[in-house]
Every structure is written in structure tokens, then in C-alpha cells.
Design a protein around this ligand. Structure first.
Ligand SMILES: Nc1ncnc2c1ncn2[C@@H]1O[C@H](COP(=O)(O)OP(=O)(O)OP(=O)(O)O)[C@@H](O)[C@H]1O
Ligand SMILES: [Mg+2]
Length: 235
């Protein structure tokens, strides 16, 4: 349903992505593993139309995304939850969530429905809905970021390092939620350095190094791969 074909990205004379071809089928959870600077965020920024320097083709349900406005890409169902959460810390949790539904702003009923779904998934956010987002714990802020992305009604959700900086117990909760979102029918592309936890919930994964895809396989192939274990799992 989402297919990148020979995507190349240059930042000035620096080539951040080199002929990247990856795909996610309808309903899959696909993990992108890579060290710092490998190019994971560049992939997501290019898919979501925020990075305009990409060459190649990115098709979503057979529609070309390259050249489309970011808001139109969200409207079509490809929603990006950025690295580092990018919340508005002074605004309430509710306001932050509602901003994720900006492209659906004419559909007030739909927005209330999405909000109910987000609060069902994250009851703590309902409790804290009137507090400034910046006053929440790191894990709760990550829930706001994921919730805000869900307010865009993703068919394909791009999650950029959602477990970054979180305590192990919270990491587990975040991965549980991602698994639930995927099981409910949303295709997920997940960039992670937390390789073991990510692979556990994945169908397939790619490994990216210096802007190139160097390995791909299903969950068990990667979990059992000696190089992957050494480089990303440490066992
Ligand atoms: N706007 C930019 N201008 C110049 N270089 C950039 C820009 N954005 C990213 N880069 C470079 O491109 C490469 C890939 O960066 P990217 O952020 O995609 O990596 P990443 O895999 O997401 O890393 P991390 O795990 O640290 O988030 C890095 O070498 C980075 O320094
Ligand atoms: Mg990144």
C-alpha cells in the first residue's frame, strides 16, 4: 500500500538516502532499524512531504505522493508522528490532539469520534486533557504525540523513534499500544533503535546504514541474524 521506489535525498552535496526502495503492505507493521544518522527520519520526512529534495517515487494506494502538499498527504491517510514528539508544550493536551485533526476540521462529528478513540486508548490523556502538554511526563507526552497522529485518521502511520528516552516499563506500554493500533487495521512503519522490542511486534524489517538499505527480512530472520544481533540487540 505504501511503496518507495529508488528514493534518493541530497542535503546540499551530502547524500542522505541512496536509492531506497522499501514497502509496507496493507495491515503490516514494518520496522526500520538504523543507527543515528542512518537516514530513518529522512525517509519519513520525504514520505510526508516535509522534505522536498527527494527523487524517485513514493506511492500510496497507487497514488504518487512526491510533489503533493503535506496536508494533502495526511488527508489521504499517511500520517507522520515525528521524532522528538514536537508538541506545543504551552497548549493543553486537548488542543495538541485537536491540531492533529486539522485536515478534517470541517468534520466536527468525526473529530469527536477520533477523540473518543484516542481517550479509550490512552485514558490518562482524558484525565489530563486540560493541562499544558509540557507538564506531562515523557511517556505521557509520547502518548499525546501518537494520539495527535491518530487524530489525522491514518491508514498508514509513520512512527519515528517513539520509545526514545523512555523508561523500560513505559517503552513496553508504548510498544503495546503500537501493536494494538496495528492489530486494529492501521499499517505501521516504525523507525527504532530499540531493535528487540520493535522486531518482536513487527512483520518485517529493513536495516538502513548510511542512507542505504543493507538488509531486509521477516521478524524471525532479523531477530536470528547474527549481524543484527551484534549491531542492534547486543546479544
Ligand atoms: N536538513 C538537513 N541538512 C543537512 N543534513 C541533514 C539534514 N537532515 C539530516 N541530515 C543528515 O542526513 C543524515 C541522515 O539523517 P536522519 O535524521 O535521516 O537520520 P536518522 O536515521 O533519523 O538518525 P537518528 O537516529 O539520529 O534520528 C545524517 O547524516 C544527518 O546529519
Ligand atoms: Mg531520526
Amino acid at each position: 500500500m505504501l511503496q518507495l521506489d529508488k528514493v534518493t535525498v541530497n542535503y546540499g552535496s551530502f547524500r542522505a538516502l541512496d536509492n531506497v526502495s522499501i514497502h509496507a503492505k496493507e495491515g503490516e507493521l514494518v520496522v526500520l532499524l538504523g543507527a543515528n544518522g542512518a537516514g530513518k527520519s529522512s525517509i519519513f520526512l520525504t514520505v510526508s512531504g516535509l522534505n522536498k529534495t527527494g527523487n524517485g517515487s513514493i506511492r500510496f494506494r497507487n497514488k504518487e505522493l512526491v510533489g503533493m502538499k503535506p496536508s494533502q498527504i495526511v488527508h489521504d491517510g499517511v500520517v507522520h508522528c515525528p521524532e522528538g514528539r514536537k508538541l506545543f508544550p504551552g497548549m493543553s493536551v486537548l488542543k495538541n490532539l485537536t491540531l492533529g485533526a486539522y485536515v478534517h476540521r470541517a468534520d466536527k462529528k468525526g473529530i469527536s469520534r477520533s477523540l473518543e478513540e484516542v481517550f479509550a486508548l490512552f485514558p490518562i490523556l482524558h484525565e489530563k486533557k486540560d493541562l499544558p502538554a509540557g507538564s506531562l511526563s515523557g511517556g505521557q507526552q509520547q502518548m499525546v504525540a501518537i494520539g495527535r497522529a491518530l487524530m489525522g485518521r491514518p491508514k498508514a502511520l509513520l512512527l519515528d523513534e517513539p520509545s526514545l528516552g523512555l523508561a523500560p516499563l513505559v517503552v513496553k506500554q508504548v510498544f503495546d499500544v503500537i501493536e494494538r493500533i496495528n492489530k486494529a487495521g492501521t499499517t505501521v512503519l516504525l523507525a527504532e533503535q530499540n531493535a528487540y522490542a520493535a522486531l518482536k511486534i513487527a512483520n518485517r524489517a529493513y536495516v538502513i546504514e548510511s542512507g542505504r538499505i543493507v538488509m531486509e527480512g521477516n521478524r524471525d530472520e532479523l531477530l536470528n541474524n547474527e549481524e543484527v544481533r551484534k549491531a542492534y540487540i547486543g546479544a
